[in-house]
Design a protein around this ligand. Structure first.
Ligand code: 5AD
Ligand code: SF4
Length: 452
């Protein structure tokens, strides 16, 4: 008897950035539409879909280990299959394609960032004809626009506005696996935001590798500020966006932090290095001075804004002096949060053939010092919230205590507070409750729910 997809369970294991998380929602949407049932644990899944990331090597090695060990995981009892169906999607799927089928004989499907829509057909081929297949073709369309989507949370929506990147920072693999910049029509973006608001979504995060250049490919000029204005006008309560490139962040977008009530006072603005010399070899197209200038404008437009960033330590040729410039820039800005990465050479990128590697031990020492500073700054940033009453978008009960709620502040801080007596957490999930902050730690705030 033929096995149908609606007899099967699936899980999606997601690695990497928000774009992958969003792609995973499209994969779940497609599989649900075909009748399969989503589960959260690999052990319960007949179909396992790995949504992969290749930005840094260490994570990639761990991921390959997990895919390899998946071979030995038994199927759930009652599964109609004799072997779990394993699919690899996302950025490694796009980069390695068919090679993955040769490397992992227990993997039967590989799809790329541009060919998610092929997954249902490939699953049918595997189920009915035991075919193994890969598809990494790129039809130059917008890979996600017509696919169904299943949101992880009812109250939060990621809305992709563009995909791909034209910047070619010399360390970065993204332009090779996500392709050139492609913007969605503004009407599609606004319509998706309107639908989200109508369905009860409280927070929209606009997504793209380089949101500030939204529209350049489609309209000949960036129109990101217009997207912000029009999405704000849908009546959404909280609006955020990732990721920004300093070279494209316009005054109009900075002004939006002052003028749009839904735009949350938080911005992720990766600077990567504080040294002009390293910024040049990274091909970042801005200087330290220009970055600091943007920060000053942002702080003027939105006092108290929560700034976060990405920093790479140990880029080829990085001297003590270059690193000190990075350290000093962090000290000057005062970040609420910073993601620090040790440089990882990625085959095919220009930096991978740069020969002036920095000694491992030196890189580690620089990294540790920087992490110390970043943590001090996070702690200091959070202190400013003490005594304030802030709106917290409730995400659920805390993992450690089911009578404590966990949620996010406008500045994206994690907030914990006791659930008021007689209130069920399910009544609070997805709503915004006022919390008075009593205590501020490095990684979270804790407080008390007060009457709105
Ligand atoms: N090595 C280390 N970090 C990297 N990133 C991107 N490519 C590399 C690499 N080859 C970091 C950058 C980017 C973040 C998403 O990952 O800081 O902003
Ligand atoms: Fe990579 Fe640079 Fe593009 Fe960001 S802007 S995705 S770091 S190439």
């Amino acid at each position: 008897m033929a096995i149908a997809l609606n007899d099967l369970t699936y899980c999606v294991l997601t690695f990497g950035c928000q774009m992958n998380k969003h792609d995973s929602e499209r994969v779940s949407g497609m599989l649900d539409a075909l009748g399969a049932t989503q589960v959260t644990e690999l052990n319960d899944a007949d179909i396992a879909v790995f949504m992969t990331c290749c930005v840094r090597e260490a994570a990639e090695v761990r991921l390959f280990g997990q895919i390899a060990s998946c071979k030995n995981e038994p199927l759930r009892s009652g599964s109609p299959l004799d072997q779990r169906i394993i699919a690899i999607g996302g950025c490694i799927g796009q980069r390695d394609g068919e090679e993955l089928l040769a490397r992992f004989p227990h993997v039967s499907i590989v799809f790329g960032t541009h060919s998610m829509a092929s997954l249902p057909g490939m699953l049918e081929d595997r189920l009915q004809n035991h075919l193994r297949s890969s598809d990494t073709t790129d039809d130059r369309g917008i890979p996600f626009s017509d696919l169904p989507q299943k949101r992880e949370h009812a109250w939060a929506a990621w809305v992709p506005i563009m995909t791909g990147c034209d910047n070619f920072c010399t360390y970065c693999i993204v332009p090779y696996v996500r392709g050139r910049e492609r913007s969605r029509p503004i009407e599609d973006v606004v319509a998706e935001a309107e639908r989200a608001v109508r369905s009860g979504v409280k927070e929209i995060t606009l997504l793209g590798q380089n949101v500030n250049s939204y529209g350049r490919d489609r309209y000949g000029e960036p129109r990101f500020a217009e997207v912000l204005r029009r999405v704000d006008a849908t009546g959404i309560e909280r609006l955020r966006f990732v990721t920004s490139h300093p070279k494209d962040l316009s005054d109009e977008v900075i002004d939006a932090f002052a003028s749009l009530s839904s735009l949350m006072p938080a911005l992720h603005l990766p600077f990567q290095s504080g040294s002009d010399r390293i910024l040049r070899t990274m091909n970042r197209s801005y200087t330290r001075e220009r970055y600091l200038d943007l920060i000053a404008k942002l702080k003027r437009a939105c006092p108290g804004i929560a700034l976060s960033t990405d920093i790479i330590v140990g880029f080829p040729g990085e001297t003590d002096e270059d690193f000190e410039a990075t350290y000093d820039l962090v000290r000057q800005v005062g970040f609420a949060q910073a993601f620090t990465f040790i440089y990882s050479p990625r085959s095919g990128t220009p930096a991978a053939s740069m020969t002036d590697e920095v000694d491992r031990a030196i890189v580690q020492a620089r990294f540790d010092r920087l992490v110390g500073l970043v943590q001090d700054q996070a702690y200091r940033f959070n202190q400013a919230a003490k005594g304030e009453t802030i709106g917290v978008l409730v995400e659920g009960a805390s993992k450690r205590d089911e009578r404590i709620l966990a949620g996010k502040s406008p500045k994206n801080q994690t907030v914990h507070a006791s659930i008021p007596d007689g209130v069920d957490i399910d009544e609070l999930i997805g709503s915004i409750v006022p919390v008075r902050v009593d205590e501020a730690r490095t990684w979270y705030l804790s407080g008390t729910v007060v009457d709105g």
